[in-house]
Design a protein around this ligand. Structure first.
Ligand code: COA
Length: 419
Protein backbone atom coordinates (compact mmCIF):
# COMPACT_ATOMS: atom_id res chain seq x y z
CA UNK A 1 0.00 0.00 0.00
CA UNK A 2 1.49 3.39 -0.93
CA UNK A 3 1.46 6.04 1.78
CA UNK A 4 1.19 9.82 1.37
CA UNK A 5 4.76 10.51 2.54
CA UNK A 6 6.40 7.76 0.45
CA UNK A 7 9.36 9.29 -1.37
CA UNK A 8 10.12 11.86 1.36
CA UNK A 9 13.56 11.15 2.80
CA UNK A 10 14.20 12.45 6.29
CA UNK A 11 17.53 12.68 8.12
CA UNK A 12 16.47 12.11 11.70
CA UNK A 13 19.23 13.78 13.68
CA UNK A 14 17.12 13.74 16.84
CA UNK A 15 17.34 12.28 20.31
CA UNK A 16 15.37 11.86 23.54
CA UNK A 17 11.67 12.60 22.89
CA UNK A 18 10.68 15.87 21.18
CA UNK A 19 12.44 15.24 17.86
CA UNK A 20 11.94 11.44 17.75
CA UNK A 21 8.18 11.80 18.35
CA UNK A 22 7.95 14.07 15.30
CA UNK A 23 9.96 11.87 12.94
CA UNK A 24 8.24 8.70 14.15
CA UNK A 25 4.89 10.12 13.13
CA UNK A 26 6.20 11.09 9.69
CA UNK A 27 7.62 7.56 9.33
CA UNK A 28 4.19 6.08 10.15
CA UNK A 29 2.77 8.08 7.26
CA UNK A 30 5.33 6.72 4.80
CA UNK A 31 8.49 8.87 5.00
CA UNK A 32 11.87 7.12 4.83
CA UNK A 33 13.29 8.21 8.18
CA UNK A 34 16.99 7.56 8.70
CA UNK A 35 17.95 7.99 12.32
CA UNK A 36 21.55 9.21 12.55
CA UNK A 37 23.18 8.18 15.82
CA UNK A 38 26.57 8.31 17.42
CA UNK A 39 28.48 5.01 16.94
CA UNK A 40 28.72 2.86 20.06
CA UNK A 41 26.07 4.57 22.16
CA UNK A 42 23.34 5.97 19.94
CA UNK A 43 20.36 7.90 21.24
CA UNK A 44 20.70 8.13 25.02
CA UNK A 45 17.19 6.70 25.46
CA UNK A 46 18.39 3.31 24.14
CA UNK A 47 20.04 2.76 27.50
CA UNK A 48 17.91 4.90 29.83
CA UNK A 49 15.42 3.17 32.18
CA UNK A 50 16.08 -0.28 30.76
CA UNK A 51 13.76 -3.08 31.85
CA UNK A 52 15.81 -5.84 30.15
CA UNK A 53 19.63 -5.82 30.44
CA UNK A 54 21.46 -4.85 27.21
CA UNK A 55 18.24 -4.47 25.22
CA UNK A 56 17.00 -1.13 23.86
CA UNK A 57 14.78 0.49 26.49
CA UNK A 58 11.07 1.00 25.88
CA UNK A 59 11.83 4.72 26.07
CA UNK A 60 13.65 4.30 22.76
CA UNK A 61 11.49 1.65 21.13
CA UNK A 62 8.27 3.64 21.68
CA UNK A 63 9.64 6.75 19.95
CA UNK A 64 11.56 5.26 17.06
CA UNK A 65 9.36 2.75 15.29
CA UNK A 66 9.29 2.55 11.49
CA UNK A 67 12.78 4.14 11.21
CA UNK A 68 16.15 2.98 9.88
CA UNK A 69 19.29 3.47 12.01
CA UNK A 70 22.58 4.76 10.61
CA UNK A 71 25.49 5.26 12.98
CA UNK A 72 27.71 8.16 12.05
CA UNK A 73 30.38 10.11 13.92
CA UNK A 74 29.71 13.51 12.48
CA UNK A 75 32.76 15.02 14.16
CA UNK A 76 34.95 12.67 12.11
CA UNK A 77 35.80 13.86 8.54
CA UNK A 78 34.56 10.66 6.87
CA UNK A 79 31.37 10.83 8.91
CA UNK A 80 30.86 14.46 7.93
CA UNK A 81 31.21 13.54 4.24
CA UNK A 82 28.51 10.87 4.60
CA UNK A 83 26.18 13.42 6.20
CA UNK A 84 26.90 15.85 3.34
CA UNK A 85 25.97 13.18 0.79
CA UNK A 86 22.85 12.37 2.73
CA UNK A 87 21.84 16.04 2.86
CA UNK A 88 22.19 16.25 -0.93
CA UNK A 89 19.65 13.47 -1.49
CA UNK A 90 17.22 14.14 1.35
CA UNK A 91 14.16 16.35 1.72
CA UNK A 92 14.17 17.15 5.42
CA UNK A 93 16.68 17.19 8.27
CA UNK A 94 15.23 17.21 11.77
CA UNK A 95 17.41 17.97 14.80
CA UNK A 96 16.95 18.76 18.48
CA UNK A 97 20.51 19.22 19.72
CA UNK A 98 21.44 21.76 22.32
CA UNK A 99 21.73 25.36 21.05
CA UNK A 100 24.56 25.80 18.53
CA UNK A 101 25.55 22.09 18.37
CA UNK A 102 24.71 21.71 14.67
CA UNK A 103 26.70 24.87 13.80
CA UNK A 104 29.67 23.60 15.82
CA UNK A 105 29.48 20.36 13.83
CA UNK A 106 29.90 22.47 10.68
CA UNK A 107 26.31 22.21 9.45
CA UNK A 108 25.06 25.77 9.61
CA UNK A 109 21.81 26.62 7.81
CA UNK A 110 23.91 28.42 5.15
CA UNK A 111 26.05 25.31 4.59
CA UNK A 112 22.98 23.06 4.40
CA UNK A 113 21.39 25.35 1.80
CA UNK A 114 24.63 25.28 -0.21
CA UNK A 115 24.52 21.49 -0.21
CA UNK A 116 20.80 21.29 -1.02
CA UNK A 117 18.68 24.40 -1.61
CA UNK A 118 15.54 22.27 -1.41
CA UNK A 119 16.36 21.03 2.07
CA UNK A 120 13.95 21.71 4.92
CA UNK A 121 15.82 22.04 8.23
CA UNK A 122 13.50 21.46 11.18
CA UNK A 123 14.74 22.23 14.69
CA UNK A 124 13.47 21.95 18.24
CA UNK A 125 15.05 24.14 20.88
CA UNK A 126 13.98 25.02 24.40
CA UNK A 127 13.42 28.68 23.54
CA UNK A 128 13.01 30.47 20.24
CA UNK A 129 15.86 32.26 18.44
CA UNK A 130 16.59 35.62 20.00
CA UNK A 131 14.83 34.78 23.27
CA UNK A 132 16.79 35.88 26.34
CA UNK A 133 17.03 32.21 27.35
CA UNK A 134 17.99 30.96 23.85
CA UNK A 135 21.26 29.45 25.12
CA UNK A 136 19.55 27.11 27.62
CA UNK A 137 19.36 23.36 27.23
CA UNK A 138 15.85 22.21 28.03
CA UNK A 139 14.03 19.04 29.06
CA UNK A 140 10.30 18.40 29.41
CA UNK A 141 9.64 19.79 32.88
CA UNK A 142 11.76 22.86 32.26
CA UNK A 143 9.52 23.64 29.28
CA UNK A 144 6.36 23.07 31.32
CA UNK A 145 7.63 25.67 33.80
CA UNK A 146 8.70 28.12 31.11
CA UNK A 147 5.53 27.77 29.04
CA UNK A 148 2.92 28.47 31.75
CA UNK A 149 1.73 24.92 32.42
CA UNK A 150 3.37 24.47 35.83
CA UNK A 151 2.20 27.78 37.31
CA UNK A 152 -1.40 26.97 36.41
CA UNK A 153 -1.50 23.26 37.29
CA UNK A 154 -2.14 21.79 40.73
CA UNK A 155 -3.57 23.09 44.02
CA UNK A 156 -3.68 26.63 45.25
CA UNK A 157 -3.68 25.88 48.97
CA UNK A 158 -2.81 23.09 51.34
CA UNK A 159 0.34 21.06 51.77
CA UNK A 160 0.96 20.49 48.05
CA UNK A 161 0.22 23.88 46.57
CA UNK A 162 3.46 24.32 44.63
CA UNK A 163 3.52 24.59 40.80
CA UNK A 164 2.91 21.10 39.37
CA UNK A 165 4.13 19.19 36.35
CA UNK A 166 1.74 17.23 34.13
CA UNK A 167 2.75 13.71 33.17
CA UNK A 168 1.57 14.40 29.62
CA UNK A 169 4.60 15.34 27.51
CA UNK A 170 3.53 18.90 26.84
CA UNK A 171 7.13 19.98 26.34
CA UNK A 172 8.45 16.99 24.43
CA UNK A 173 6.00 15.06 22.26
CA UNK A 174 3.74 18.10 21.95
CA UNK A 175 6.63 20.12 20.51
CA UNK A 176 7.34 17.25 18.14
CA UNK A 177 3.76 17.38 16.89
CA UNK A 178 4.03 21.13 16.27
CA UNK A 179 7.25 20.48 14.36
CA UNK A 180 5.57 17.82 12.22
CA UNK A 181 2.92 20.37 11.19
CA UNK A 182 5.71 22.83 10.36
CA UNK A 183 7.56 20.27 8.25
CA UNK A 184 4.47 19.27 6.27
CA UNK A 185 3.70 22.96 5.70
CA UNK A 186 7.25 23.55 4.44
CA UNK A 187 6.97 20.54 2.11
CA UNK A 188 3.81 22.02 0.58
CA UNK A 189 5.51 25.44 0.45
CA UNK A 190 8.41 23.88 -1.43
CA UNK A 191 6.03 22.49 -4.04
CA UNK A 192 5.12 26.12 -4.79
CA UNK A 193 8.55 27.76 -4.58
CA UNK A 194 11.02 24.95 -5.25
CA UNK A 195 12.94 26.08 -2.16
CA UNK A 196 13.43 24.60 1.26
CA UNK A 197 13.28 26.60 4.46
CA UNK A 198 14.14 26.48 8.12
CA UNK A 199 11.34 25.44 10.47
CA UNK A 200 11.91 26.10 14.16
CA UNK A 201 9.70 25.25 17.11
CA UNK A 202 10.52 26.02 20.69
CA UNK A 203 9.32 23.91 23.58
CA UNK A 204 8.29 27.02 25.51
CA UNK A 205 6.08 28.21 22.62
CA UNK A 206 4.53 24.76 22.17
CA UNK A 207 3.57 24.55 25.86
CA UNK A 208 2.24 28.11 25.75
CA UNK A 209 0.16 27.27 22.69
CA UNK A 210 -1.62 24.62 24.79
CA UNK A 211 -1.98 27.03 27.72
CA UNK A 212 -3.81 29.70 25.76
CA UNK A 213 -6.92 29.47 27.95
CA UNK A 214 -4.77 30.47 30.91
CA UNK A 215 -3.58 33.51 28.98
CA UNK A 216 -7.26 34.22 28.29
CA UNK A 217 -7.83 34.02 32.05
CA UNK A 218 -4.94 36.34 32.89
CA UNK A 219 -6.48 39.06 30.73
CA UNK A 220 -9.95 38.49 32.21
CA UNK A 221 -8.46 38.61 35.70
CA UNK A 222 -6.64 41.87 34.88
CA UNK A 223 -9.95 43.40 33.81
CA UNK A 224 -12.36 41.91 36.35
CA UNK A 225 -10.30 40.94 39.39
CA UNK A 226 -11.95 37.53 39.63
CA UNK A 227 -12.50 34.35 37.56
CA UNK A 228 -15.99 33.05 38.06
CA UNK A 229 -15.35 29.45 37.00
CA UNK A 230 -12.41 28.89 39.38
CA UNK A 231 -12.97 27.09 42.70
CA UNK A 232 -11.74 30.23 44.50
CA UNK A 233 -14.87 32.10 43.35
CA UNK A 234 -16.67 33.63 45.15
CA UNK A 235 -15.42 32.80 48.65
CA UNK A 236 -11.66 33.33 48.32
CA UNK A 237 -9.50 36.27 47.29
CA UNK A 238 -7.80 36.41 43.89
CA UNK A 239 -4.31 37.94 43.52
CA UNK A 240 -3.18 39.51 40.25
CA UNK A 241 -2.01 36.21 38.69
CA UNK A 242 -4.06 33.28 37.38
CA UNK A 243 -4.23 30.82 40.27
CA UNK A 244 -3.96 27.06 40.11
CA UNK A 245 -7.47 25.68 39.87
CA UNK A 246 -7.16 22.07 41.06
CA UNK A 247 -9.42 19.92 38.92
CA UNK A 248 -11.77 22.68 37.78
CA UNK A 249 -12.93 22.67 34.17
CA UNK A 250 -10.98 25.13 32.05
CA UNK A 251 -13.93 26.48 30.10
CA UNK A 252 -17.46 27.60 30.78
CA UNK A 253 -18.52 24.21 32.18
CA UNK A 254 -17.69 23.54 35.83
CA UNK A 255 -16.31 20.09 36.48
CA UNK A 256 -14.43 18.12 39.12
CA UNK A 257 -12.90 14.72 39.81
CA UNK A 258 -15.28 12.79 42.06
CA UNK A 259 -14.76 9.71 44.22
CA UNK A 260 -16.54 6.46 43.34
CA UNK A 261 -17.00 3.13 45.08
CA UNK A 262 -13.64 1.63 46.01
CA UNK A 263 -11.61 4.87 46.11
CA UNK A 264 -10.30 3.94 49.57
CA UNK A 265 -8.13 1.23 48.04
CA UNK A 266 -8.06 2.02 44.31
CA UNK A 267 -6.20 5.27 43.51
CA UNK A 268 -8.12 5.60 40.25
CA UNK A 269 -11.71 4.94 41.41
CA UNK A 270 -12.86 8.38 40.25
CA UNK A 271 -14.80 9.95 37.42
CA UNK A 272 -14.63 13.39 35.89
CA UNK A 273 -18.06 14.96 36.04
CA UNK A 274 -18.97 18.02 33.98
CA UNK A 275 -21.92 20.24 34.86
CA UNK A 276 -22.81 21.27 31.35
CA UNK A 277 -25.17 24.23 31.60
CA UNK A 278 -27.87 23.08 29.20
CA UNK A 279 -27.72 19.53 30.60
CA UNK A 280 -28.74 20.66 34.09
CA UNK A 281 -32.18 19.04 33.96
CA UNK A 282 -30.84 15.62 32.87
CA UNK A 283 -28.23 15.89 35.66
CA UNK A 284 -31.03 16.42 38.20
CA UNK A 285 -32.90 13.42 36.75
CA UNK A 286 -29.78 11.22 36.82
CA UNK A 287 -29.06 12.14 40.44
CA UNK A 288 -32.67 11.75 41.57
CA UNK A 289 -32.87 15.44 42.50
CA UNK A 290 -35.91 16.69 40.55
CA UNK A 291 -36.39 19.54 43.08
CA UNK A 292 -33.14 21.15 41.85
CA UNK A 293 -34.83 21.77 38.47
CA UNK A 294 -37.01 24.55 39.87
CA UNK A 295 -35.06 25.72 42.93
CA UNK A 296 -33.68 29.22 42.09
CA UNK A 297 -30.46 28.33 43.95
CA UNK A 298 -29.79 25.73 41.24
CA UNK A 299 -31.43 26.77 37.98
CA UNK A 300 -28.63 28.93 36.49
CA UNK A 301 -24.85 28.47 36.38
CA UNK A 302 -24.45 31.78 38.24
CA UNK A 303 -26.77 30.59 41.03
CA UNK A 304 -24.97 27.25 41.29
CA UNK A 305 -21.38 28.53 41.31
CA UNK A 306 -21.27 29.80 44.95
CA UNK A 307 -22.17 26.31 46.17
CA UNK A 308 -20.76 24.22 43.31
CA UNK A 309 -18.55 22.27 45.75
CA UNK A 310 -21.65 21.28 47.74
CA UNK A 311 -23.24 20.12 44.50
CA UNK A 312 -20.17 18.01 43.78
CA UNK A 313 -20.34 16.61 47.34
CA UNK A 314 -23.97 15.58 46.69
CA UNK A 315 -22.93 13.88 43.46
CA UNK A 316 -20.12 12.10 45.31
CA UNK A 317 -22.66 10.85 47.79
CA UNK A 318 -24.68 9.46 44.85
CA UNK A 319 -21.48 7.81 43.53
CA UNK A 320 -20.70 6.04 46.83
CA UNK A 321 -22.26 2.72 45.84
CA UNK A 322 -21.27 2.83 42.14
CA UNK A 323 -17.99 1.90 40.51
CA UNK A 324 -16.60 4.43 38.06
CA UNK A 325 -17.78 2.22 35.17
CA UNK A 326 -21.30 1.81 36.59
CA UNK A 327 -21.54 5.55 37.16
CA UNK A 328 -20.50 6.40 33.61
CA UNK A 329 -22.94 3.81 32.24
CA UNK A 330 -25.78 5.56 34.05
CA UNK A 331 -24.66 9.12 33.26
CA UNK A 332 -24.08 8.46 29.56
CA UNK A 333 -27.80 7.67 29.19
CA UNK A 334 -28.48 11.26 30.33
CA UNK A 335 -25.94 12.67 27.86
CA UNK A 336 -23.73 14.00 30.65
CA UNK A 337 -20.08 14.61 29.63
CA UNK A 338 -18.06 12.36 31.94
CA UNK A 339 -15.42 9.61 31.92
CA UNK A 340 -13.77 7.20 34.33
CA UNK A 341 -10.22 8.06 35.41
CA UNK A 342 -8.34 5.31 33.56
CA UNK A 343 -5.03 3.93 34.78
CA UNK A 344 -2.22 3.03 32.39
CA UNK A 345 -2.93 -0.64 33.14
CA UNK A 346 -6.56 -0.21 32.10
CA UNK A 347 -5.57 1.70 28.95
CA UNK A 348 -3.00 -0.92 27.98
CA UNK A 349 -5.70 -3.58 28.15
CA UNK A 350 -8.48 -1.51 26.58
CA UNK A 351 -10.03 -3.54 23.76
CA UNK A 352 -11.30 -0.44 21.93
CA UNK A 353 -7.82 1.09 21.81
CA UNK A 354 -6.37 -2.15 20.50
CA UNK A 355 -9.11 -2.41 17.86
CA UNK A 356 -8.62 1.14 16.65
CA UNK A 357 -4.83 0.75 16.43
CA UNK A 358 -4.20 3.42 19.07
CA UNK A 359 -2.26 0.80 21.05
CA UNK A 360 -0.38 -1.80 19.02
CA UNK A 361 1.79 -4.82 19.70
CA UNK A 362 4.97 -4.91 17.63
CA UNK A 363 7.99 -7.16 17.31
CA UNK A 364 11.52 -6.19 18.21
CA UNK A 365 14.55 -8.27 17.19
CA UNK A 366 15.99 -8.48 20.70
CA UNK A 367 13.08 -7.59 22.99
CA UNK A 368 10.40 -9.80 21.48
CA UNK A 369 6.99 -8.18 21.40
CA UNK A 370 6.06 -4.94 23.14
CA UNK A 371 3.20 -2.50 23.18
CA UNK A 372 3.45 0.99 21.82
CA UNK A 373 1.11 3.80 20.85
CA UNK A 374 -0.17 3.72 17.30
CA UNK A 375 -1.30 6.68 15.24
CA UNK A 376 -3.81 8.86 17.08
CA UNK A 377 -4.74 10.27 13.66
CA UNK A 378 -7.13 8.04 11.73
CA UNK A 379 -7.51 8.27 7.94
CA UNK A 380 -10.07 6.73 5.61
CA UNK A 381 -7.40 5.76 3.04
CA UNK A 382 -4.29 5.20 5.13
CA UNK A 383 -3.65 2.59 7.75
CA UNK A 384 -0.28 3.20 9.40
CA UNK A 385 1.48 -0.10 10.07
CA UNK A 386 3.68 0.26 13.13
CA UNK A 387 6.93 -1.72 13.06
CA UNK A 388 9.56 -2.27 15.77
CA UNK A 389 12.38 0.23 16.30
CA UNK A 390 15.76 -0.44 14.62
CA UNK A 391 18.82 -1.75 16.44
CA UNK A 392 21.73 0.67 16.68
CA UNK A 393 23.32 0.90 13.23
CA UNK A 394 21.08 -1.83 11.85
CA UNK A 395 20.81 -0.08 8.49
CA UNK A 396 24.23 1.62 8.31
CA UNK A 397 25.62 -0.54 5.50
CA UNK A 398 22.34 -0.47 3.57
CA UNK A 399 22.13 3.36 3.71
CA UNK A 400 25.82 3.78 2.83
CA UNK A 401 25.39 1.45 -0.17
CA UNK A 402 22.39 3.52 -1.30
CA UNK A 403 24.66 6.59 -1.16
CA UNK A 404 27.07 4.85 -3.55
CA UNK A 405 29.75 3.59 -1.13
CA UNK A 406 31.43 0.33 -2.11
CA UNK A 407 31.82 -2.62 0.27
CA UNK A 408 35.52 -1.78 0.75
CA UNK A 409 34.80 1.87 1.50
CA UNK A 410 32.16 0.83 4.01
CA UNK A 411 34.61 -1.55 5.69
CA UNK A 412 37.20 1.24 5.90
CA UNK A 413 34.64 3.53 7.53
CA UNK A 414 33.86 0.88 10.12
CA UNK A 415 37.58 0.45 10.79
CA UNK A 416 37.94 4.24 11.26
CA UNK A 417 34.92 4.20 13.63
CA UNK A 418 33.23 6.79 11.43
CA UNK A 419 30.10 4.57 11.39
N1 COA B 1 28.43 12.34 16.16
C1 COA B 1 29.25 13.20 16.83
N2 COA B 1 28.80 14.07 17.73
C2 COA B 1 27.48 14.08 17.99
C3 COA B 1 26.59 13.21 17.33
C4 COA B 1 27.12 12.30 16.39
N3 COA B 1 26.34 11.46 15.72
N4 COA B 1 25.35 13.45 17.80
C5 COA B 1 25.48 14.43 18.73
N5 COA B 1 26.77 14.81 18.84
C6 COA B 1 27.31 15.84 19.71
C7 COA B 1 26.82 17.23 19.40
O1 COA B 1 27.45 17.75 18.28
C8 COA B 1 27.16 17.96 20.69
O2 COA B 1 28.51 18.32 20.68
P1 COA B 1 29.10 19.74 21.19
O3 COA B 1 28.25 20.17 22.34
O4 COA B 1 30.49 19.39 21.56
O5 COA B 1 29.03 20.67 20.08
C9 COA B 1 27.04 16.88 21.75
O6 COA B 1 26.88 15.65 21.03
C10 COA B 1 25.93 17.05 22.73
O7 COA B 1 24.71 17.38 22.09
P2 COA B 1 23.51 18.01 22.93
O8 COA B 1 22.32 18.02 22.08
O9 COA B 1 23.90 19.34 23.47
O10 COA B 1 23.32 16.91 24.07
P3 COA B 1 23.15 17.02 25.65
O11 COA B 1 22.99 15.62 26.11
O12 COA B 1 24.21 17.81 26.30
O13 COA B 1 21.76 17.82 25.84
C11 COA B 1 19.42 18.20 25.53
C12 COA B 1 20.54 17.16 25.68
C13 COA B 1 18.16 17.45 25.21
C14 COA B 1 19.27 18.97 26.85
C15 COA B 1 19.79 19.19 24.40
O14 COA B 1 20.00 18.43 23.23
C16 COA B 1 18.71 20.23 24.12
O15 COA B 1 18.53 21.21 24.86
N6 COA B 1 18.00 20.07 22.97
C17 COA B 1 17.01 21.02 22.52
C18 COA B 1 15.72 20.91 23.27
C19 COA B 1 15.24 19.48 23.31
O16 COA B 1 14.94 18.89 22.30
N7 COA B 1 15.12 18.95 24.54
C20 COA B 1 14.76 17.56 24.77
C21 COA B 1 13.40 17.32 24.57
S1 COA B 1 13.04 15.61 24.71
Amino acid sequence: MTKPLNGIKIIDFTHVQAGPACTQMLAWFGADVIKVERPGSGDVTRSQLRDIPNVDALYFTMLNSNKRSLTLDTKNQAGKEVLEKLIKVSDVMVENFGPGALDRMGFTWERIQELNPKMILASVKGFSDGHHYEDLKVYENVAQCAGGAASTTGWWKGEHSEPTISSAALGDSNTGMHLAIGILTAIIGRQQTGKGQKVAVSMQDSVLNLCRVKMRDQQRLDRLGYLEEYPQFPHEKFTDVVPRGGNAGGGGQPGWILKCKGHETDPNAYIYFTVQGHAWEPICDALGKPEWKTDPAYTTPKARQPHIMDIFATIENWLKDKTKYEAVDILRKFDIPCAPVLSMKELLNDESLRKSGSIVEVQHKERGSYFTVGSPIKFSDLKPEITGSPLLGEHSDEVLAELGYTKDQIATMHAMKAV
